[in-house]
Ligand binder design. Structure first.
Ligand code: NAG
Ligand code: NAG
Ligand code: NAG
Ligand code: NAG
Ligand code: NAG
Length: 421
């Protein structure tokens, strides 16, 4: 049973840089906006009566953006990498154009971005982020660490869609939170409290649980770093409708993972080896069950096979000792257990880390170089961590586009159950 410590994760193949997305989201009117940001529009001569450009209606045309909230409805962007260039539905026929040169074909839209943006709730619920921060601020350090892990876990399994928050409803279908790597999941009450306050302030169907969780993970990082790791978290996530326990183990890197397994695991989420090392820095906080490093899978307390520092090893043997079979917990960062800082990397270098997957970072040239770089007290790791958290927060996200596409997404009212219940 692994409490997989921190499981980090990330990816963001589908994400986009905040600025890019903002450009796309910037236009609330039905005026055409071509999602292709980088390529210039094709030259055209509006005067010629030549045939109109091939007009491809976008998918089953989306219903007009729902009116309820004042939030800027993002222009419709198709989610699938499917062929039809998103020709905006304009009230008036697009001007006919004749390419002047034989060459430039109509602009191929850049890969559709499932955009998240900073300040997504600025209009619809301006206090949303403040409320989350206030609730997180009042939590204990241990719960804050749990919130960061909860965010990682959510994003790693099925994307950042708050699936980790769902309670069991169907007795035959246990949710993620009952998965084996569940032992360290904490902080659900904080999410509930923040969400309840937000509902009261802004009403239902406005702020998603997935975004509350992303803000909470960001804010926990902020407080646990003594406000040093401070960054904007993008938002615009929608909540998923399902959660399966059987999807946790295959998606979360186990504490006994080798460096190649870690790389592959993160790559499968669209994250680089460097981001994997950067996010492993989350082991700078939190606690771990002894079974995560002492089990039939992992023999970290065995001096003949483990490279763990002998002092730490004997201390852990003592702390893990149990008369009744209880799986005790120990702190993950023996030096600064409740502080988000780069001490973790120094611990890796001095062999004072718990897991095989921590020690494994020294087993490849690129990752060991990254460990050394992150161990320097020059703020580099902190900057990389901010960026990696945002990238993780974009893993396989569901957005308004999916909602308009009638995908199975929603903005949950109670983070523990889907709305239809
Ligand atoms: C996981 O469990 C769900 C129901 O609980 C089931 O529908 C699905 O097929 C399972 N997936 C795998 C890979 O076993
Ligand atoms: C954790 O998982 C175990 C077994 O998978 C289960 O018995 C336990 O209830 C779970 N704990 C929580 C807090 O969900
Ligand atoms: C967050 O973004 C806003 C603008 O969107 C900017 O003014 C602010 O400085 C940013 N904060 C951080 C911590 O980057
Ligand atoms: C380590 O795990 C083994 C079982 O895999 C157990 O017998 C042993 O007592 C554990 N050691 C400590 C120090 O907990
Ligand atoms: C096992 O022993 C520990 C003390 O070593 C105690 O805290 C714990 O409650 C015990 N658990 C059970 C199930 O007896």
């Amino acid at each position: 049973m692994a409490k997989l410590a921190a499981v980090l994760t990330l990816i963001a193949l589908l994400g986009c840089a905040a600025r890019t997305c903002q450009a796309e989201y910037g236009n609330p009117t039905p005026v055409p906006s071509i999602p292709s940001i980088t390529s210039p529009p094709p030259p055209y001569t509006p005067t010629t009566p030549s045939p109109p450009p091939p007009y491809t209606p976008t998918t089953p045309s989306p219903p007009p953006p729902t009116p309820a909230t004042p939030s800027p409805p993002p222009p419709y962007i198709p989610t699938t990498p499917s062929p039809p260039p998103p020709t905006p539905a304009t009230p008036s026929p697009p001007p006919p154009y004749t390419p002047t040169t034989p060459s430039p074909p109509p602009p191929i839209p850049s890969p559709p971005t499932k955009g998240l943006v900073v300040g997504y709730y600025q209009q619809s619920c301006p206090r949303a982020e403040d409320i989350v921060r206030e609730v997180v601020r009042d939590a204990s350090a241990g719960i804050m660490a749990g919130l960061i892990r909860l965010f990682f876990h959510d994003c790693f399994v099925r994307g950042c869609d708050a699936s980790v928050l769902l309670d069991q409803v169907d007795p035959n279908s246990p949710p993620e939170k009952l998965g084996v790597p569940n032992l360290s999941l904490r902080g659900f009450e904080v999410i509930d409290a923040a969400k309840a306050r937000i509902e009261k302030e802004c009403g239902s169907d406005v702020v998603s649980c997935a975004d509350v969780l992303a803000f909470a993970g960001r804010d926990a990082t902020y407080f646990l770093s003594n406000k040093k790791v401070y960054f904007n978290m993008t938002a615009g996530r929608y909540d998923g409708l399902v959660s399966f326990k059987n999807e946790t183990l295959p998606n979360l890197p186990p504490p006994f993972a080798t460096v190649d397994q870690l790389k592959a695991n993160f790559a499968s989420k669209g994250l680089t080896a460097d981001e994997m090392v950067t996010l492993s820095g989350a082991h700078t906080i939190g606690i771990s069950h002894c079974s995560s490093f002492n089990s039939s899978f992992s023999d970290r307390l065995n001096p003949s096979t483990s490279d763990m520092d002998p002092t730490l090893m004997s201390s852990l043997r003592e702390q893990c000792k149990s008369d009744n079979g209880t799986d005790n917990t120990v702190v993950q960062d023996i030096n600064t257990p409740n502080k988000v800082d780069n001490k973790y990397y120094k611990n890796v270098l001095s062999h004072e880390v718990l897991f095989d997957s921590d020690a494994a970072l020294m087993k490849a040239d690129d990752t060991s170089a990254a460990v050394r770089a992150n161990a320097k007290d020059n703020g580099v790791w902190e900057e990389k961590f901010k960026a990696a958290m945002v990238r993780m927060g974009a893993i396989e996200v569901k957005t308004r586009t999916d909602f308009l596409d009638r995908a199975p997404v929603e903005i949950r009212r109670n983070c523990r159950v889907v709305n239809s219940h």
